[in-house]
Design a protein. Structure first.
Length: 194
């Protein structure tokens, strides 16, 4: 009997699945990726996403241990993001592919975080929190609702101006908005007021 060399956990999982299901591995051309995709059930996505406007796209990806929600396709819109498990993925990053960000809102329960990037001057970032329908003071770096808003060009390089087509605004949703009490959040966006 020849010794078996295990190249990865997925190869072992595929081999065990085939062994216990009574199948065979077949030829040497069978790839582990093919076997795993066909034979081993994949876990459900960490988040369910429902957009509110035709043409709006909100996609979830994982990059460098960050869950990233990429928003594109519509200059205005909204989406309900619902976690499928007991906890929110951390960090949860928003990448908003717009050429302006007059308003971004994140609503969780009775709290709404409102953000904007001014379209003139130094493109100052403004953050406000609304609780039970009443506007609070501007959010400062000491607040649990603070979030840094960065701007990137289409090549992913940080910039100090508004992005052109293909560029984006990026921010991490504050942990204070993603508590266990909030199974869903609503994200709304608007590129420019008309």
């Amino acid at each position: 009997m020849k010794p078996i060399k295990v190249l990865s956990v997925l190869a072992l999982a595929a081999t065990l699945h085939v062994f216990f299901s009574g199948g065979t591995l077949g030829s040497d051309s069978d790839s582990c990726a093919d076997l795993c995709a066909e034979k081993i059930p994949q876990p459900p996505a960490a988040l369910a996403i429902k957009t509110e406007r035709a043409g709006a796209v909100v996609a979830l990806a994982v990059e460098k241990q960050k869950s990233i929600l990429s928003i594109s396709g519509a200059d205005r819109g909204g989406a309900i993001i619902t976690r499928n498990g007991d906890r929110w993925p951390e960090p949860l990053v928003l990448r908003v592919y717009l050429t302006g960000l007059e308003q971004l809102t994140i609503r969780a329960g009775e709290v709404t975080l409102s953000a904007s990037v001014l379209s003139h001057g130094t493109h100052q970032r403004l953050l406000h929190v609304w609780k039970t329908g009443k506007e609070g003071p501007p959010v400062t770096k000491e607040s649990p609702y603070w979030m840094e808003i960065s701007i990137f060009d289409a090549q992913g390089k940080p910039i100090q101006k508004l992005p052109e087509k293909g560029g984006w605004f990026e921010m991490t949703i504050p942990a204070a908005m993603l508590t266990d009490l909030n199974p869903s959040v609503r994200v709304g966006w608007l590129a420019f007021f008309l």
